[in-house]
Design a protein around this ligand. Structure first.
Ligand code: OGA
Ligand code: NI
Length: 303
């Protein structure tokens, strides 16, 4: 079986450029996921992000999670074994409104977001190159009136006594554009669905895992795919993951790039991104195809 794609972005700078672009294209077409090394984010900075995230969890989140578990009904089925913190960076940051963050952690999160935003935009341009779209096409497609939405979900998956009964995070595809995940270097659990089999995304220190959301599937008219993934709960260890979502602006109109449409009968829908998110909110843990059908039926974006 092919192993999970790992791509060294440094190689884009030399005579391996076209081979590296091809690897990225293959990962986008056949995996919907890959992890990148030499992405330009310094390793000691990533170590600081990890340390502060784990400290914040211990200080502010762990007890809350334990209390939640203690007061929950035993037979809940629509929940995940996950402690989360949501942060928004663009179009407007909400970092100053989040309680319990130390000044240092707030500053580091902000800096991390700037670095990840840059990486997301670089990757989008590499996708453009691979798809034969002009540079900037994907970034512009996400723009809407106020630019893209960029947000981070800081998760911790605590040890779970019954991992056969509950997932860390149930299977889903991501709704948005491009997702950059900084995951725990030791405790694993993330899996992706490939050809009907769940494949582990192996922890790798200092790498960033990249995956494509439903919007890139639509804009690429299915050339690229968003892929189902899940997090298995573990009996030992707390797994940290920091997922950053580079998504279209809420009023961006999303539709397949005309250059990628060969057969209009097979075309993906056209809609306003926030309408898609309303459909997604109620159907996140279901297959994406009915979602594409549903948005087609209610879309108010005119052709
Ligand atoms: C997500 C997600 C994976 C992880 O938040 O959408 O898939 O490893 N997270 O936390
Ligand atoms: Ni996800």
């Amino acid at each position: 079986m092919a192993t999970f794609p790992v791509i060294n972005l440094e190689k884009l700078n030399g005579d391996k450029r076209s081979a590296t672009l091809e690897k990225i294209n293959d990962a986008c077409q056949n995996w919907g996921f890959f992890q990148v090394l030499d992405h330009g984010i310094p390793h000691d900075f990533l170590d600081t992000v990890e340390r502060l995230t784990k400290e914040h969890y211990k200080t502010c989140m762990e007890q809350r999670f334990k209390e939640l578990v203690a007061t929950s009904k035993a037979d809940l089925t629509d929940v995940d074994w996950e402690s989360t913190l949501f942060l928004r960076h663009l179009p407007q940051s909400n970092l100053s409104e989040i309680p319990d963050l130390t000044d240092e952690y707030r500053k580091v999160i902000k800096e991390f977001a700037v670095k990840l935003e840059k990486l997301a935009e670089e990757l989008l341009d590499l996708f453009c190159e691979n798809l034969g779209l002009e540079k900037g096409y994907l970034k512009n497609a996400f723009n809407g009136t106020n630019g893209p939405t960029f947000a981070t979900k800081v998760s911790n998956y605590p040890p779970c006594p019954t991992p056969d009964k509950i997932k860390g995070l149930r299977a889903h595809t991501d709704a948005g554009g491009i997702i950059l995940l900084f995951q725990d270097p030791v405790v694993g659990g993330l899996q992706i669905l490939k050809a009907g089999e769940w494949i582990d995304v192996p922890p790798m220190r200092h790498s960033i895992v990249i995956n494509l959301g439903d919007q890139l599937e639509v804009i690429s008219n299915g050339k690229y795919k968003s892929v189902e993934h899940q997090v298995m709960a573990q009996t030992e260890g707390t797994r940290m993951s920091i997922a950053s979502f580079y998504n279209p602006g809420s009023d961006a109109v999303i539709y397949p790039a005309p250059a990628l449409v060969e057969n209009e009968a097979e075309e993906y829908p056209k809609y306003v991104f926030e309408d898609y998110m309303k459909v997604y909110a109620g159907t996140k843990f279901q297959a994406k195809e009915p979602r594409f059908q549903a948005i087609k039926a209610i879309s108010t974006a005119t052709a």
